[in-house]
Design a protein around this ligand. Structure first.
Ligand code: MN
Length: 339
């Protein structure tokens, strides 16, 4: 039987092995191409440190933790390359200008960064594929939002494309490339749509920061992408539509198998004040929890998930990690009980 001890070192203080666990969490401390605030590479650590304070019994999914939630050890590839490449990426971001060509040395650096991002994606793919092979549910903890591409690819291949993605985010993340980076956090869902086994449908929620290129992409790909812009959700609520009714509409385009990609900045910024790119507006914590619950209550199955862009505050401020770990607990619990 799986028990909790606040000093166990395990996620949520659980004393569990990989073998006995249903949900396997992979930390990916990576924020090489982050353009604005930084710190998401410390997200997995912040979440882990805040996580033992959680009460394991949940009023909705009960003792789902007994099925086992297990956090893998950090692969040293991620942090080592993150620390090496992030300063180089900052040089490119500093030199980037849409109208002029990069210098030859900058072009070479950009190539090096893009190939390291491909390597990161391949490593995440292999780790996720291994989890699926063990008949367990994969969960990824970022890092920035470029990290789950390999995980989504592995899930998509396993289900032969018979899945949908629920993407909660302030940003549409549909740019073709960003500041020259092919694997940018701002391109994750565009890269997902271009996979060989892409999701049947991508549903985006909370989106309130996007460019015309992304808006046009959404409009011209209606059969694959449905975006619930934050402003539209808020106006509907202001006119009296209940969140419950809106959630029904949000989930409607999604098939039985659902992968959840949760960017913490989809929440209102007071829940994630130190995230890379906070934006006013967004979902409340309760709205997000209700949405996650309804995936399962509507008869759908959570086949994998990621939680990214959590960044700890300076001087031991635990709030971002606290919110992140509670959201992660909901994701793990609902995934474990969904069928
Ligand atoms: Mn994002």
């Amino acid at each position: 039987m799986i028990k909790q001890s606040t000093n166990s070192g395990g996620i949520f203080g659980l004393i569990s092995t990989r073998k006995e666990s249903k949900v396997i969490l992979t930390p990916v401390p990576w924020e090489v191409t982050t353009s604005y605030g930084s710190g998401t590479s410390h997200g997995p650590r912040a979440i882990l440190e805040a996580s033992p304070q959680i009460d394991l019994f949940d009023i909705e999914f009960g003792n789902a933790y007994e099925q086992g939630f297990f956090l893998e050890k950090e692969d040293p590839f991620f942090m080592a390359n993150n620390n090496k490449l992030k300063p180089l990426a900052q040089e490119i971001i500093g030199a980037w200008d849409e109208t002029t060509e990069l210098s030859a040395p900058h072009k070479a650096t950009l190539k090096q960064i893009n190939s390291a991002c491909t390597e990161m994606t391949e490593l995440v793919y292999r780790k996720t594929a291994a989890v699926i092979k063990e008949n367990k549910i994969p969960g990824l903890i970022g890092g920035d939002h470029s990290t789950p591409l390999g995980a989504i690819r592995a899930v998509g291949e396993h289900y032969a494309g018979d899945f949908g993605i629920l993407h909660i985010d302030a940003h549409a993340d549909l740019r073709l490339a960003y500041q020259g980076f092919s694997h940018s956090h701002a391109s994750i869902m565009r890269n997902v749509c271009a996979l060989k086994t892409p999701p049947k449908h991508l549903v985006q929620v909370g989106i309130r920061d996007f460019c015309q290129e992304e808006y046009d992409f959404i409009q011209s790909n209606e059969s694959q992408v449905t975006t619930f812009f934050d402003s539209q959700l808020k106006s509907a609520q202001m006119q009296g539509e209940a969140w419950g009714q809106l959630v029904e509409k949000i989930l409607k385009p999604l098939p039985k198998n659902v992968y959840v990609s949760f960017d913490i900045d989809g929440l209102a910024p007071h829940f994630c004040p130190h995230t890379g790119t906070p934006v006013p507006g967004g979902l409340s914590f309760d709205e997000a929890c209700y949405l996650l619950a309804q995936i399962v209550k509507s008869g759908r199955k959570i086949i994998g998930f990621d939680l990214n862009e959590v960044a700890p505050g300076p001087e031991g401020d635990e709030w971002d990690g606290n919110v992140g770990s509670r959201l992660l607990f909901k994701l793990c619990g609902w995934a474990a009980v969904s069928k």
